[in-house]
Design a protein around this ligand. Structure first.
Ligand code: 13P
Length: 267
């Protein structure tokens, strides 16, 4: 049975130890006794609170980070290395988030270096791809996303490629309460699959989970995950509410079509 993923990206929220504690206590309470078979749940706090999360995250929730630097160690003020993350039992790391591309001017080549650094420490990179609203309006989404995929997976050998997750996050849908139609998401899912199949082969492309992110909430799971046959969701604001996060986990777990056909060239 294929797994689904729910990844909570807490971004620069929970701005004190007290808020962090409260979040962890509430998450523990919400998830206690719930069956979440078939769903991998990952929460990514800011790096400041990774250690606390690492100690106190309730099982079976796994730890993610929001970014990583590509160098192993050295004079890189403000950066966090993959081995530091690994040391804190971080299993996953978001790479190339559009907010990093926007505010830290991260480019496609750097995203690729980060993917390789994360893989080197046995982390699962979650590669974010997606077009801006201008690119979307000009019909460039498929080209932009294909290019981002090629660069992110450059020089990643096939066996390691299977450890990577991809999140399609159109920038215009992040933090906006605007969500694409299911058909649009499915089209991009095919674009991503095609780029991966060209870089590797269709069988490897089938194994790489593709998630959707951008204004996700429980009431939209049908539209952004189940209908476009995505492998899960990357959630921002709604993941700040443990009750909503666990509600989404339950819905993902209950959904029947976990046994899915491989994605083929359907459009
Ligand atoms: P929102 O769910 O707040 O729109 O954020 C999405 C996101 O950027 C997840 O990485």
């Amino acid at each position: 049975m294929k797994k689904r993923y729910l990844i909570g990206n807490l971004k620069m929220n929970l701005n004190s130890i007290a808020e962090t504690e409260q979040y962890l206590v509430s998450l523990k309470k919400e998830i206690f006794g719930k069956r979440i078979d078939g769903v991998e749940v990952i929460v990514a706090p800011s790096s400041t609170y990774l250690e606390r999360f690492s100690r106190e995250l309730p099982e079976p929730v796994l730890l993610g980070a929001q970014d990583v630097f590509w160098e192993k160690e050295g004079s890189y003020t403000g950066q966090v290395s993959a081995s530091m993350l690994h040391d804190l039992h971080t299993g996953f790391v978001i790479v190339g988030h559009s907010e990093r591309r926007l505010y830290a001017h991260e480019n496609d080549a750097e995203v690729g270096w980060k993917v390789r650094a994360a893989l080197h420490e046995n982390l699962h990179p979650i590669v974010c791809v997606g077009e801006t609203s201008e690119e979307h309006d000009q019909g460039e989404a498929a080209d932009v996303v294909s290019r981002q995929i090629v660069e992110a997976f450059r020089d990643v050998p096939p066996l390691l490629a299977e450890r990577v997750l991809v999140a399609y996050e159109p920038r215009w849908a992040i933090g906006t309460d605007t969500t694409p139609e299911s058909e649009e998401i499915f089209e991009m899912r095919i674009v991503i699959h095609r780029a991966l199949a060209e870089a590797y082969d269709p069988a490897i492309a089938d194994k790489i989970p593709v998630l959707y992110g951008g204004s996700v909430k429980a009431s939209l799971l049908d539209r952004v995950c189940f209908e476009p046959r995505m492998d899960g969701v990357l959630v921002g604001r709604e993941s700040l509410y443990p009750h909503e996060l666990v509600r989404m986990v339950n819905l993902l777990g209950e959904h029947e079509s976990l046994e899915r056909e491989p994605i083929q060239e359907q459009v």
